[in-house]
Design a protein around this ligand. Structure first.
Ligand SMILES: [Zn+2]
Length: 210
């Protein structure tokens, strides 16, 4: 499987571009910004984007979704519990002092237990609320990879002090949905370096005693 991670925008959100070598289908996760660079990666591999997945409706993750949707015609998946946050993109833009991005229509609710297919590869939706109410993670069993959005980071967890955040809930999500995954699972967080489930279980300060 093709997998490139592109840190995009002011907050360097990790945008993942997944591609199937046989079908040349692609799934793009969190196109926060720099859509031209994302499209260049897609073109370099000769891929066709078939789905755009938003891990949560923070501006740095969803900001470029409409531009990518317009360029590719691909449907956008997001959990419906983040609709309220999505309607606050103008407020979020003032937090960062950036222009409000174009609004994007969500085509599919990314529900817990939902599965997206890309060629023979399955992407499983895990609803992991806490950073936001609609936060999801994507689990790719055949690759032993997890796209964690802003739920789990190397040595940290997502902040819960923004609207929709809940500190107890994020720990519950990590405990119930993420820590049961195989220890060797490679975690691609929403920002910063990759890690593994085993490494975070062992050394992440925020997870001690979970
Ligand atoms: Zn976030």
């Amino acid at each position: 499987m093709i997998h490139e991670v592109l840190p995009v925008g002011m907050l360097q959100c990790n945008c993942s571009i997944f591609g199937d070598e046989q079908t040349r289908e692609a799934i793009v996760v969190d196109p926060g910004d720099e859509i031209a660079s994302i499209l260049a990666v897609v073109a370099r591999h000769g891929l066709t984007v078939k789905a755009i997945v938003i891990t949560h409706a923070h501006i740095d993750h969803i900001g470029g979704a409409q531009k990518l949707k317009q360029a590719t015609g691909a449907p956008v998946y997001m959990n419906q519990n983040d609709r309220e946050l999505q309607n606050m993109l103008d407020v979020q833009a003032t937090w960062l002092g950036t222009p409000t991005p174009e609004a994007v229509a969500i085509d599919q609710d990314a529900k817990d237990g939902g599965v997206l297919a890309m060629g023979a590869t399955e992407f499983h939706v895990l609803h992991t609320p806490g950073h936001t109410q609609g936060s999801i993670s994507l689990w790719i069993p055949s690759e032993k990879k997890l796209v964690a959005g802003d739920t789990l980071f190397r040595d940290s967890i997502g902040r819960t002090d923004l609207p929709g955040g809940d500190g107890r809930q994020i720990l519950g999500s990590i405990h119930d949905k993420l820590l049961p995954l195989p220890e060797e699972t490679v975690v691609i967080p929403g920002h910063g370096a990759n890690t593994t489930i085993g490494r975070e279980k062992q050394s992440n300060y925020f997870l001690q005693g979970l």
